[in-house]
Design a protein around this ligand. Structure first.
Ligand code: NGO
Length: 515
């Protein structure tokens, strides 16, 4: 049934309210991205946030996060207290078992809102749903006079995949700590729970390594186009990790190797087979660089870098790149990957690598990230058959750096144009021949930055496609529906408008007037 619902957006009702009172409940609004597992509208609502509202919480940081947003947009005091009983209650008990570790149950009545989860990550996801059920202005930068309401009903929700990532390339162009924090806030709204930072490439090395000052002084001193580049001190990096953790986002550092290493090769001559450091590089061609895989100095270097990164990384994963090593002989590449895996393991971390690493013998825990548009890769299907888990980032759908259409000024187009319908039009469980649904760990939206140098550029390329990939990663396959998704997405436009997130107004979406 389609009705005109909240925000004037047409809503698709998938579940009928449990009746009883005889009074028909209004349709539950189709505005939440990723679409929840189930929504049931109720009578007697909506809930309206008033000046005397309170927040109670079993997880202080999440209560503060929510109240922090709503205080700005309402001017209300919204005191946060431990335990239960608040007008908005965030409770770590009583959720149905189906919510698992990342899901939640949200119940909204005239009198208040209760979000229940088994784990803090679930509560945080419930809070994102709550915010999206409020009018867009609830996430705005200044107090609004219009009431902040939440439709009455129950949302029961949990993710399809445990891993929902966003990759940001800070190597091709450097982005400051504040710019990365901004992106973390943006992705957290869509229940993305991993931020993969591409920290090194031919054009720049972006993380300080003790004892290797030239990596950043020299290797970090430029970027694509010849700009001044930049790098994170370890304290900067820890600040990013902590900021992300407070939003239930785990940071995955990537040091790309053995190819994509010109910045490191330029910084330390001993990493080159001929012992000669090349010049810094600011172009965008790929495939010309390789660490010297036959030199012990290379592995000593990798051990230092991975060892320090492991200490800065509370999460389980370290990404070793491994893509497009066109200047490394295939047998050297295989031996290199097998050895580097063990270095990562010796520092207590699990390897992720781009899918090319599947040509090597992978450790049982190693994860491969598929990025090719082709949908077939013999090495990867062989590895999957032996138990390798796969993150799906097919470039034709999940690369946020590809142009929307022929007129898009930013971005690349080597994987084809990728407007929002196309970004949404694939299924991770069937995308790669020979990689069964059971091998898929999750999805990742990759934002490469050869052509992007500002937060405005990031926003424009990420929105509205990042939410498409987020929904593919979170929502049950049976909810996949392009038309209904476009309607939900349309409801995000006014939200981005008030939050100052510039986005591409894809003609495929009927954005509400004024957004
Ligand atoms: C490829 C390449 C990157 C580029 C990107 C641009 C992978 C894994 N390696 O993806 O170096 O930046 O395409 O779309």
């Amino acid at each position: 049934m389609c009705t005109v619902g909240w925000f004037g957006v047409s809503t698709l009702v998938r579940h009928h309210p449990a009746g009883g009172s005889g009074e028909a409940a209004p349709a539950f609004p189709n505005v939440v991205v990723p679409v929840p597992v189930s929504t049931v509208a109720a009578t007697g609502g909506p809930f309206t946030l008033t000046r005397d509202a309170t927040v109670s919480t079993d997880v202080p940081g999440i209560g503060d996060y929510l109240a922090g947003i709503l205080r700005v947009s309402t001017g209300f005091a919204l005191p946060v207290s431990a335990g239960a009983g608040g007008t908005i209650a965030l409770v770590l008990s009583g959720a149905p078992a189906t919510v698992g570790d990342q899901g939640y149950q949200l119940t909204s009545t005239h009198d208040g809102v209760v979000i229940r989860a088994a784990k803090p990550a679930g509560l945080f996801s419930g809070v994102q749903t709550l915010l999206q059920l409020m009018p867009p202005a609830a996430q705005g930068p200044s107090p609004v006079s219009a009431p902040v309401t939440v439709p009455a009903g129950t949302v029961l929700d949990h993710p399809r995949y445990a891993y929902r990532g966003a990759m940001l390339d800070v190597a091709r162009h450097f982005f400051t700590v504040d710019q990365v924090k901004r992106y973390i806030d943006e992705i957290a709204h869509y229940k993305i729970n991993y931020l993969h930072l591409h920290l090194s490439d031919d054009q720049g090395w972006r993380i300080a390594i003790d004892g290797r000052p030239r990596l950043t002084d020299h290797g970090g001193s430029t970027e694509v186009g010849g700009g001044q580049g930049g790098f994170y001190t370890q304290a900067d990096y820890s600040a990013i990790v902590a900021y992300a953790a407070a939003r239930y986002v785990t940071v995955i550092p990537e040091i790309d190797m053995p190819g994509h290493t010109n910045a490191a090769l330029a910084s330390y001559a001993e990493l080159n087979c001929d012992g000669v450091a090349p010049k810094l590089y600011t172009g965008i061609n790929v495939g010309f660089s390789t660490l010297c895989t036959s030199r012990e100095a290379t592995y000593a270097f990798i051990d230092e870098v991975i060892g320090q990164l492991a200490k800065l990384t509370p999460g389980p994963y370290i990404h070793i790149g491994g893509d497009e090593s066109q200047s490394t002989a295939p047998e050297d590449y295989v031996a290199f990957v097998e050895r580097v895996q063990k270095i990562v393991e010796s520092h207590g971390k699990t390897v992720i690598g781009w899918h090319e690493i599947a040509s090597a013998d992978l450790l049982p825990s190693t994860v491969a990230q598929y990025w090719d548009p082709a949908g077939a890769n013999a090495d990867l299907s062989r590895a999957a058959a032996k138990g390798t888990k796969v993150i799906m980032s097919p470039a034709s759908h999940a690369y946020l750096d590809q142009k929307y259409d022929d007129g898009t000024q930013l971005g690349l187009d080597w994987a084809g144009l990728n407007d929002v319908d196309h970004a949404y039009d694939w299924d991770p469980a069937t995308y790669v021949i020979g990689v069964p649904a059971s091998a898929v760990l999750g999805v990742e939206a990759s934002l490469w930055t050869e052509t992007l140098s500002s937060s405005d550029d990031i926003d424009f390329m990420a929105f509205p496609r990042l939410p498409a990939i987020a929904e593919i990663g979170w929502s049950p396959a049976e909810t996949h529906d392009a038309k209904a998704f476009r309607e939900r997405l349309a409801a995000q436009g006014p939200r981005w408008q008030v939050m100052g997130v510039g986005y591409y107004k894809s003609p495929q979406v009927a954005w509400p007037a004024g957004s």
